[in-house]
Design a protein around this ligand. Sequence first.
Ligand code: GTP
Length: 397
Amino acid sequence: MSDAEPATNVEAGPSTAKPSDPMPGEAKKEPVVILVIGMAGSGKTTLMQRLNSYLHSKDMPPYILNLDPAVTHMPYTANIDIRDTVDYKEVMKQYNLGPNGGILTALNLFTTKFDQVLGFVEKRAETVDHILVDTPGQIEIFTWSASGAIITDAIASSLPTVVAYVIDTPRTTAPATFMSNMLYACSILYKTRLPFILVFNKTDVTPHDFALEWMDDFQAYQRALDAERDESGEGSYMNSLMGSMCLVLEEFYTNLRAVGVSAMTGQGMKAFFEAVEAAKKEYETDYRPEITRLAEERRARTEANKKSQLDRLMRDMNVDDAAPSRTGRGSNPFGPYPRADREELLDEDGEEQEDPEEEERRARETEDMEEAELADDVDPQEHGEFWVFTTDQAKGA
Ligand SMILES: Nc1nc2c(ncn2[C@@H]2O[C@H](COP(=O)(O)OP(=O)(O)OP(=O)(O)O)[C@@H](O)[C@H]2O)c(=O)[nH]1
């Protein structure tokens, strides 16, 4: 052994721990899930490819899920691909649907198996730092569908999750388009309730400084609106509406991180992952307690629901120990037979009186015995193997 080599602890013996195993006392490693959401053509798939190659270059290969059943060309390999489970074109044919209906139904079908998918993800969770999720190109199919919400909730309640909302920067330079995009982002933020990163993509074509300025300074946005009005020569009602919207969104802007990237050239990747780390911390401090509280509430509701169903069932079966019948046995045939209630069976002199039900049962038993005696008198040989006759016939015999 050379001097430079660190001394090994011989007494400790060979370690069986894998490099990814947490040390004793160390918290379990958790990767961050990045949900890549954006309008069609904003560059989600290209960004996914860029993130993948960037992480590979850092020797931190990510785990990748593709939830877009209609993607035709995927420039990276996904660990789990919705297309391996459902063929959306077949779904369209079988259910007689259009392309959007086919994609939505394919996502719905996939969601029914999502617990298994989550199982695979959780198994790999300790060996990766990032889990990337590509979503369908038609943004509303994921953000406004029940299956999108189920998938997002399932992932977010299991692992730290952040939303990366991809924006096509060159197509957002008009104040009106910018405002529409921000309102959409705002609606997704409130729907997913997860840490949010605005990713201004395609900055190789148009830098995103104008967007940062508009988000930071309401008056700058107002000036851009005015300039547009001067060009068109008319002051429209839409412009004043957008001016007011910008004021309303001020609070929303303060809760966001915004980064500029180019999925094409790779610029801005470092800033993107710094924003992801900050968002992950925010998830831990602000979102996880809330998610845990909601999960706890859901569990308590389910428990209460189960109990009320059981109570109803007991009531329907007329199983209620607290309301003993006149006989003192209670209406619960399986329940206890409270001694105190036997007082009801005592007559005025304190003597135990005959229970009417018991009396009736005994009378029936006597009758049955008499019938059986009569039947014994009949010779089975005479009637063959299938002799079956009623008591009346027997009495007449
Ligand atoms: N110049 C430039 N072009 C980009 C960039 N990112 C994506 N593109 C181009 O934008 C177009 C759409 O990119 P996609 O990655 O297919 O976009 P998408 O959001 O996945 O599209 P859908 O799957 O249809 O929703 C392609 O022509 C890309 O080459 C970028 O950073 N810079």
